[in-house]
Design a protein around this ligand. Structure first.
Ligand code: CA
Ligand code: CA
Ligand code: CA
Length: 319
């Protein structure tokens, strides 16, 4: 019985890549300090938001936007992204959650609170995902110069951290934006085999480079480029990374957002990747088994140890 078994088959997530970019990384410049780069990026993004307008368009059945330049003081009746009231600009403060490893201490050293601007075109009629669920997404990406660097119209699955080898990873800001959308309300397969996603979530997000590729240049993306994406969330799947019978989203201790920081037994392996959360040498999936049914308790029904205050799989004083 080796509690490390599952952990070591997980690929270590060091840099986040889109499929077409992986082989095109030609240059890595010495990294600037995140807090030095960020104000420049924020200024560039806010300037873009105030000098561009957009229209929502349908491209072969996919929702997207068409960006137009906007001259301050214009007489053409255009409305900047900044001032648009049909699709109001919003922001969320987020952290850079990139990692050098999936151990508790593997988090990138970046203290910046990033302002992630976005607007929602359609919220979506299905479910929302946590950062740790699998998402089925399609996208188009461009730089603040309006140069498109990538487009992926065919949805693909992605999970953080990756669950299977070869699974595509997403950059930090993109991944965090998908949690603000909902999946499709329904999925239809036509008689011609064409799949359609009805009432899916779609929006546009503006990412400072720290939650993009940062100093790692990619095909058509110079180092330190803020990025813009149209993101469509077609479907989601809840995950149980360590397959211990507890969904990853429930392995968050006292509701903390960063699952990588929750480590009940202090062995540097976060609970959601640790098959023995409390380090008592009895695997979690055995500790949460209902002795009557032989099946795992529903999460809310997992009992505490006698006199205990936390669920028994998190308490080494009983099994
Ligand atoms: Ca689990
Ligand atoms: Ca642990
Ligand atoms: Ca245990």
């Amino acid at each position: 019985m080796n509690k490390f078994r599952f952990y070591f088959i997980l690929p270590l997530l060091s840099i986040v890549l889109f499929s077409c970019s992986e082989d095109d990384d030609t240059e890595v410049t010495p990294p600037r300090d995140y807090d030095v780069q960020y104000p420049t990026d924020l200024d560039s993004i806010e300037s873009y938001l105030k000098t561009h307008s957009f229209a929502v368009v349908d491209v072969d059945g996919r929702v997207d936007v068409e960006i137009d330049t906007f001259i301050v003081g214009n007489t053409e009746g255009k409305v900047s992204i900044w001032d648009n009231t049909d699709y109001p600009l919003k922001f969320k403060m987020v952290k850079n959650d990139n990692r050098s490893s999936n151990l508790v201490d593997g988090r990138v050293d970046d203290a910046v609170d990033y302002k992630m601007y976005y607007f929602v075109i359609n919220e979506g009629g299905g479910q929302s995902a946590t950062r740790f669920d699998s998402t089925y997404v399609s996208y188009r990406g461009w730089r603040l110069t309006n140069d498109q660097f990538d487009i992926n119209n065919t949805p693909f699955w992605s999970t953080f951290p990756a669950i299977s080898q070869g699974e595509q990873a997403l950059i930090s800001g993109f991944r965090q934006f998908t949690t603000l959308l909902k999946s499709a309300e329904s999925i239809n397969v036509g008689t011609d085999g064409v799949i359609s996603y009805n009432n899916y979530g779609v929006g546009v997000v503006f990412l400072p480079s720290g939650i993009g590729y940062y100093n790692s240049s990619q095909f058509n993306i110079p180092a330190y480029s803020p990025l813009v994406f149209t993101v469509r969330l077609h479907a989601i799947q809840e995950r149980d990374h360590d397959q211990d019978g507890i969904l990853s989203k429930y392995e968050n201790g006292a509701g903390v957002e960063d699952l990588h920081s929750v480590d009940t037994d202090g062995d540097n392996i976060p609970d959601f990747l640790d098959s023995d959360d409390d380090g008592d040498n009895v695997r979690t999936y055995l500790e949460i088994k209902n002795p009557v049914t032989g099946k795992p308790y529903a999460f809310e029904d997992i009992p505490t140890c006698p006199g205990g205050t936390v669920k028994k799989h998190l308490d080494a004083t009983c099994q």
